[in-house]
Design a protein around this ligand. Structure first.
Ligand SMILES: *[C@@H]1O[C@H](CO)[C@@H](O)[C@H](O)[C@H]1NC(C)=O
Ligand SMILES: *[C@@H]1O[C@H](CO)[C@@H](O)[C@H](O)[C@H]1NC(C)=O
Ligand SMILES: *[C@@H]1O[C@H](CO)[C@@H](O)[C@H](O)[C@H]1NC(C)=O
Ligand SMILES: *[C@@H]1O[C@H](CO)[C@@H](O)[C@H](O)[C@H]1NC(C)=O
Length: 527
């Protein structure tokens, strides 16, 4: 939902990470790790007709067994179901499998249903830092996976002619720089990315990036000249995330390779090892026996995998005894982090707004884009802007270790409401700020200390170098910890765990896709 630091998918991963590391020491009180029962109303999930699967399978008989059980019905969980059904059918004749998807709340009601709606891959941001830290190949994969994710989703949408159903909009994207240093750093990253031969898209592989000065921003976008900001333009999309995930689920259900069932409002409370070595998922409605389990629970992963609760590890590491690089990555966990997003009307009509692209930056961590669909279908309506971020104004712990998305943070509310009138004083009047805000909601992201998700078997994530051979997590996989940057990574990470399970089913060796950063894997020891 937010920028790396926020639900949207653009991001300042590195700085977000440093912040989350420093906060570990202050973590004493454990938040609840199950989703809150009374979440704020998100634009993307309201009215209920926008989420037809909202309460699907929440009553009646519970499935008693499945080949693959997926916990979480966001883009990761449904993405995994989609990849499983599509890969199984396309590769060989196999016995029909059963896939059960469970969610503690309504369908798609976690971060996927609460984010900023951006589908804009990071093209070059932080390339030089990543190249220094991980080497050129691994740095390149950081960007390739985002392009792969966006392209796979766009392929799915276009192949099935779903553009208008999922509100796909290609408006481009502008990253705003507040200082000359920020702009120079971005330009240096862009040049380093080109030099490394990464195809950023566009005719020349340079992403079609254009650099704008303050005059361009004032003239073409109505930007406040007093701010003296600059910006980089590149291509990007927006869409309605829950609608895409709904279509992915429907498509998975159509495949002949598997029966896919959905049980919403069915929290998994514990997982145990059954006598026949399968995993038993316990829920208030009964138990499901599963050959394979996928944890697609992102911020909430620590509920079923307590060693992932974003704090100091439950294994007794004395700092200095085991080098950082040898600690299992799970030792640092996933920190639930609350983001806030709203929907606000412009003070002017579409003609006078002047821009169609999404934005990030400027004040630091905000991201926004206009929705014209609403204007086209209702003559005379002003464009609606979806705007999120502002965690840096939240006070306290930057909304970390917070899983309560039933309330708003008032300080973030103030910060969000003041942003557009400051940036675009002609298009958003200060005096309109209160009444122009039609909705505001929160959602919970899952931060890891490196900003990279955990992807792969749970066992390798949990094992310390000294754990006994008996593995309590056999058959369990995870793709979680997207650090506010899930829209352009989660669907591909779901493809990876689906591929691992299919390889297991077929008794084949799993091979990593070329675009996958190896450091995402649960068994990676670096960084
Ligand atoms: C749920 O949230 C709404 C709006 O914040 C509030 O009015 C209502 O009392 C809450 N319900 C419960 C059961 O907590
Ligand atoms: C505006 O920013 C540029 C650098 O981006 C700087 O050279 C210039 O002095 C600034 N102008 C003002 C009025 O601050
Ligand atoms: C933005 O897109 C809408 C809908 O496609 C269009 O009507 C409008 O003219 C566009 N505005 C600009 C400034 O390109
Ligand atoms: C791991 O086990 C080895 C061998 O028993 C022991 O020497 C080492 O201290 C152990 N490390 C930790 C962190 O417990």
């Amino acid at each position: 939902m937010y920028k790396p630091t926020h639900f949207n998918g653009l991001t300042r991963i590195i700085s977000a990470l440093l912040i989350s590391i420093t906060s570990f020491s202050s973590a004493l009180k454990q938040p609840s790790y199950l989703p809150h029962h009374n979440a704020t109303r998100s634009f993307w999930l309201y009215p209920p007709s926008t989420n037809p699967l909202g309460e699907a399978g929440s009553t009646g008989e519970l499935t008693s067994s499945a080949d693959v059980c997926i916990i979480g019905s966001g883009i990761t969980g449904i993405g995994a179901a989609w990849h499983l059904t599509n890969q199984l059918v396309s590769q060989s004749v196999e016995t029909k499998k059963k896939i059960a998807v469970l969610d503690a709340r309504e369908f798609c009601s976690g971060a996927t249903g609460r984010n900023g709606g951006h589908l804009t891959p990071t093209l070059f941001y932080a390339f030089r830092d990543r190249e220094r830290a991980y080497g050129t190949d691994e740095a390149q994969r950081s960007y390739r996976i985002e392009q792969h994710t966006a392209n796979s989703l766009l392929d799915f949408i276009r192949t099935n002619n779903l553009e208008s159903e999922v509100d796909l909009f290609e408006g481009g994207h502008l990253s705003v720089f507040r200082t000359a240093e920020e702009a120079a750093g971005a330009k240096a990253d862009w040049e380093a990315t080109r030099k490394a031969g990464v195809d950023m898209g566009g005719a020349d592989g340079d992403g079609g990036v254009r650099w704008f000065g303050i005059e361009d921003l004032v003239e073409n976008y109505g930007f406040n000249p007093e701010l003296n900001y600059t910006a980089a333009w590149f291509s990007g999309h927006n869409l309605w995330p829950c609608k895409v995930v709904t279509k992915l689920f429907e498509d998975a259900q159509k495949q002949a390779s598997a029966d896919v069932v959905l049980h919403t409002k069915t929290p998994v409370t514990t997982i145990s090892k059954l006598d026949d070595e399968r995993s038993g998922l316990h829920t208030p409605r009964g138990e499901i026996a599963c050959e394979y389990v996928i944890h697609a629970t992102n911020a909430y992963a620590g509920h079923l995998l307590p060693f992932l609760r974003g704090q100091t590890p439950d294994i007794d590491y004395t700092v200095g005894q085991i080098p950082l690089s040898l600690r299992p990555r799970g030792a640092f966990g996933i920190v639930p982090t609350r983001g806030q997003v709203g929907a606000v009307r412009a003070s002017v009509d579409a003609q006078a707004l002047k821009w169609n692209n999404s934005w990030d930056g400027g004040a630091g961590w905000e991201y926004w884009f206009p929705r014209y669909q609403d204007v086209e279908s209702h003559a005379g309506r002003r464009p609606l802007i979806i705007l999120g971020g502002g965690r840096q104004h939240s006070g306290g712990n930057l909304e970390q270790e917070v899983t309560d998305d039933s309330v708003l943070n008032e300080r973030v509310d103030k910060a969000l409401k003041s942003l557009l009138p400051r940036f675009f004083p002609q298009q958003f009047k200060h005096e309109d700020a209160e009444q122009a805000w039609e909705m505001q909601w929160t959602g919970i992201m899952g931060f890891t200390n490196t900003g990279e998700p955990f992807v792969g078997p749970v066992k390798t994530l949990a094992q310390s170098p000294n754990l006994s051979a008996k593995n309590p997590y056999e058959g369990q996989y995870i793709a979680a910890g997207f650090t506010g940057h899930g829209m352009t990574r989660a669907f591909a990470c779901a493809e990876v765990v689906a591929g691992m399970i299919i390889a297991k089913i077929r008794g084949e060796e799993w091979a990593a896709p070329e675009w996958l950063p190896r450091r995402y894997l649960t068994w990676a020891t670096a960084p």
